[in-house]
Design a protein around this ligand. Structure first.
Ligand code: MN
Ligand code: MN
Length: 461
């Protein structure tokens, strides 16, 4: 065909809608069970164990690996890699679908608790790129963990069950917003105004700091914690509530955290369906992407490479050369979301190179900003290979840039694995209202993504 035909995935899947909807239902459960990187990691391990995966520690204990062994490796409870060992040696390369499970949110500061004007608050510091005004006046929940002075780890979760309280960030009433209305959207609610409202009642009998003391009393009864324990805690504020069907036709999902649990989950589902592959397949779900992939749980850490070292050593005899070959011969789908074309804001997009909702999986040859700065620009040869795999597997796919040239931009973990010599391309789905408390995806797009990732693992040209 001379002209490329743009296909509508809903049209293509019209006889397969039950499977499309079932996939979404499972994904929505995953979203509800994992609202932080730690709980997402835990949920992925649970799904893997259900399918017979063993931990890398157990594999080391056994002393060897063989084709079709299924192994998971967890990094500090915040990132996880699932492996299906291939028939080929690791030095022939791997096939990786790599996404992230951290999400923009609001974190508590180390000294969070204070009271003013009879109201109790937590001080916060946001994580990742958020539009701050979107986080005011919506119900928020508290998730995370506290490590007590005796070393006990305590999980914290308040505000998800309908019988539990929720929390909020306040905003000024319109009647008194003359000055605020003159500010830009970015400055309308400033970072230091994202204080979480948590109480109004005093601890009876206390004269000073009585609201703070009452909050501490409640936390002590529930979690056995004292104020100093905030210093050894990771507490995240996220939108309260579950993922919801969106639209009269229930064709979309409205939820916190699609970026990037939607791609991470598709990678996990695809690998759980993969048996006896030629190349070792990996679903990789990392932390810290939203703040630059640094730290020992981000993609820049040696965790993944170290795990590959362990696997090479379990194959027989380890050498540095084998490790380098295994990374350089690897092929990666950098599983991350793209900006879905929003007809309410056409000025931000270039309509011939945008991700349309319902047009399936999105391939982005490059991301970056201002002249592709900072991007991984996938090689045409690899783009050609991925395109042939998707076409062979009847995956509905499209290509997109992240918005108009010079409008902004973004990045993913793509360049990090590419720096080790791997072939990498960005490959995910379009999202509306990305990085907002409630993001939107199309159910048929996420199904095409799962199909595409599975094809990538299982088809070798
Ligand atoms: Mn993001
Ligand atoms: Mn992302």
């Amino acid at each position: 065909m001379l002209k490329r035909e743009v296909k509508n995935a809903w049209e293509f899947e019209k006889n397969n809608l039950e499977e499309v909807m079932n996939y979404s239902d499972e994904y929505m459960k995953f979203l509800d069970n994992g609202k932080t990187e730690r709980t997402s990691c835990r949920e992925i391990v649970r799904l893997a164990k259900e399918k017979g995966y063993i931990s890398i520690e157990e594999a080391i204990e056994k002393g060897s690996i063989k084709p079709n062994d299924k192994i998971y490796a967890v990094n500090k409870d915040k990132s996880v890699a699932l492996f299906v060992i291939g028939q080929n040696e690791l030095q022939k390369g791997m096939k990786i679908v790599g996404g992230h499970i951290d999400v923009p949110r609001i974190d508590l500061k180390p000294n969070p608790l204070y009271e003013e004007a009879n109201l109790g608050f937590f001080k916060t510091h946001y994580y990742g790129g958020i539009k701050k005004y979107q986080w005011a006046t919506i119900p928020l929940a508290i998730h995370g963990l506290v490590i007590l002075n005796d070393g006990t780890k305590v999980d914290i979760c308040i505000g998800e069950d309908e019988n539990e309280p929720v929390f909020c960030v306040t905003d000024l009433l319109p009647h008194l917003s003359k000055d605020q209305n003159q500010k830009s959207l970015a400055e309308g609610i400033e970072g230091e105004k994202l204080n979480l409202l948590i109480g109004n009642m005093p601890l009876y009998g206390e004269e000073k700091e009585s609201i703070e003391k009452n909050i501490l009393k409640i936390l002590n009864e529930k979690y056995n914690m004292v104020e100093e324990d905030f210093l050894s805690a990771e507490i995240e504020i996220v939108p309260s509530g579950k993922a919801r069907h969106l639209g009269l036709d229930k064709s979309m999902i409205l939820s916190y955290g699609h970026d990037d649990r939607v791609c991470s989950y598709a990678g996990v589902k695809a690998i759980l369906d993969t048996e006896n592959p030629l190349y070792t397949c990996v679903a990789l779900c990392v932390d810290k992407e939203e703040v630059g992939s640094n730290g020992n749980t981000g993609m820049h850490s040696r965790f993944f490479e170290n795990t590959v070292c362990e696997l090479i050593s379990l194959e027989g005899d380890y050498s540095d050369l084998k490790l380098r070959r295994s990374m350089a011969n690897t092929k990666v789908l950098s599983a991350d979301v793209s900006a879905g074309y929003d007809p309410n804001y056409p000025e931000a997009y270039e309509k011939r190179n945008s991700a349309y909702m319902g047009h399936g999986l999105v391939l982005s040859k490059y991301t970056g900003s201002r002249g592709k700065s900072g991007c991984n620009d996938a090689n045409a040869e690899f783009m050609a290979e991925v395109r042939r795999i998707f076409n062979q597997a009847d995956v509905i796919w499209q290509t997109a840039e992240l918005g108009k040239v010079d409008q902004g931009g973004g990045g993913t973990i793509a360049y990090i694995l590419a720096n080790c010599g791997a072939e990498v391309i960005d490959c995910g789905v379009g999202v509306l209202s990305m990085h907002s408390p409630y993001e939107v995806v199309s159910k048929v797009d996420i199904y095409e993504m799962y199909k595409g990732y599975k094809a990538f693992f299982n088809i070798n040209l």
